[in-house]
Design a protein. Structure first.
Length: 460
């Protein structure tokens, strides 16, 4: 498929060189809007507007939604007022609201100027919701029915109003005050006689979300119940919009990207990697690197505190990196597992002690397994094969005991910090690998030096 798309792109650009616009229009007509958006984004600036103008009106709107915001902004600057109005008329309201949120004020004024008063009112209503709320990603374009309608009446209404709705498969039943009473689907309507009353077979146990709920909560509802659309109600349980599966997928992608960035000590950014400037990338990384660098001075202080003992038995220094890395990796495994479990709703704060008890047991088994392998490796390879006579049985034993203890502590730290962070209102992803690794490093050093001092005679 990629090879086929490359051939199409090459033919489009060859046709542009030969000024064969009819061929370009023919090629674009057979491509999905998402692929057309990719072609436009990768084309030179002087070709973008031309390719866009060759698209039919409806396909142009679908393609415009798929473009990145920089390309959208460039095209809006190049559009005539009439072209801009044609695109806006074909957009769903939630897509138009998303575009407006990202545009500079001058372009927002121009966009709103080219919409009718009713559309402007709806857009302003959507834009008033908090950025990460369910209300900010919903669309007010849905099919609503009444419970006393017959199936025949319902089909007439769907045919009359469905052309402007984002989805017509799921239909919502409301009363005169727009309170949500029930839900039905086109499949249900097709399976009933025309004379049947909707109120007799509609589903009344409707799962919905509030406009002010977090958009991530809405996305989780799609994952849990396999919805195609989710109704959104205001504080008085009046239906004001729906969230569709495509918007939920966008939220999941944004939240996952944000969590990955936080878990790797970076400030979240909405732009793609290649669209993010060097300065913006620096800004997202530098504060965290600075914080972690400063926090790492604690481990340096611990090593300095045991400098005299290390001078007495320098061979211990060779095993410090291995111990710190193993502890950090163990804590990171636990934290990632718990953060994922919390995001999926598998683990809550009430499970705190269950999680700790499980991780203690996992840490003990992992620690003993690694210690056994490490004991054999140090004795057979480091001492025997490499002839390192400084390594004694007590040194080998001190390293292996440290491994067991530090891994148990690392598992406890890795699972508890994210849960405590969420409990007090912080993002669990922040309490992830970098912070946990720094804390575990300090614990590993303290345990190592403590055990070594206790059982190795030269350090007494």
């Amino acid at each position: 498929m990629d090879m086929e798309m490359e051939e199409i792109i090459e033919e489009i650009h060859n046709s542009y060189t030969n000024k064969d616009l009819a061929r370009i229009k023919e090629l674009l007509a057979d491509i999905n809007p998402a692929d057309i958006a990719m072609i436009i984004e990768e084309s030179p600036n002087n070709q973008r507007l031309l390719f866009f103008r060759l698209l039919p009106k409806e396909e142009a709107a679908d393609t415009f939604v798929e473009l990145d915001f920089d390309t959208q902004e460039a095209l809006i600057h190049a559009f005539t007022d009439n072209e801009l109005k044609e695109v806006l008329d074909e957009l769903y309201l939630d897509d138009a609201a998303d575009i407006i949120e990202e545009m500079p004020a001058t372009l927002v004024k121009r966009i709103l100027k080219n919409t009718d008063s009713e559309t402007r009112k709806s857009l302003n209503a959507l834009l008033k919701y908090p950025e990460d709320s369910a209300g900010s990603i919903m669309t007010p374009e849905f099919v609503d029915l009444k419970k006393d309608m017959t199936v025949e009446d319902a089909f007439k209404r769907i045919r009359r109003t469905g052309v402007d709705k984002e989805t017509i498969y799921t239909c919502y039943v409301t009363d005169e005050s727009r309170h949500l009473l029930g839900v039905t689907t086109v499949k249900e309507l097709l399976l009933h006689d025309y004379e049947d009353i909707i109120g007799d077979f509609m589903e009344t146990n409707v799962i919905y979300i509030n406009t002010m709920d977090d958009q991530e909560l809405a996305a989780k509802q799609f994952d849990k119940y396999n919805f195609l659309a989710l109704p959104v109600c205001d504080m008085e349980e009046r239906l004001v919009g729906i969230i569709t599966i495509d918007d939920a997928m966008d939220v999941m992608q944004e939240e996952n990207t944000e969590d990955i960035q936080k878990m790797n000590a970076m400030l979240p950014t909405e732009k793609t990697y290649l669209k993010t400037s060097v300065i913006e990338t620096w800004k997202s990384r530098f504060p965290w690197l600075l914080l972690l660098m400063v926090s790492a001075t604690f481990t340096g202080s611990i090593i300095s505190g045991f400098e005299d003992k290390l001078a007495t038995l320098t061979i211990l220094t060779a095993f410090i990196p291995m111990l710190m890395d193993t502890g950090g990796n163990s804590g990171g495994q636990a934290s990632v597992t718990i953060i994922r479990a919390m995001s999926l709703g598998e683990v809550e704060f009430k499970d705190y002690f269950k999680v700790i008890w499980k991780e203690i047991r996992v840490g003990l088994i992992c620690g003993l397994s690694l210690a056994a392998v490490n004991f054999a490796k140090i004795w057979l390879i480091d001492r025997t094969l490499l002839h390192n006579d400084e390594i004694t049985l007590l040194i080998d034993l001190a390293i292996c005991i440290t491994l067991v203890i530090e891994i148990i502590f690392a598992k406890i730290i890795g699972c508890t910090l994210p849960m405590l962070a969420k409990k007090i209102g912080f993002d669990p992803a922040v309490m992830s690998s970098p912070f946990i690794t720094t804390l575990v490093d300090a614990v590993s050093l303290l345990v190592f030096f403590g055990i070594s001092t206790a059982i190795i005679p030269q350090l007494h």
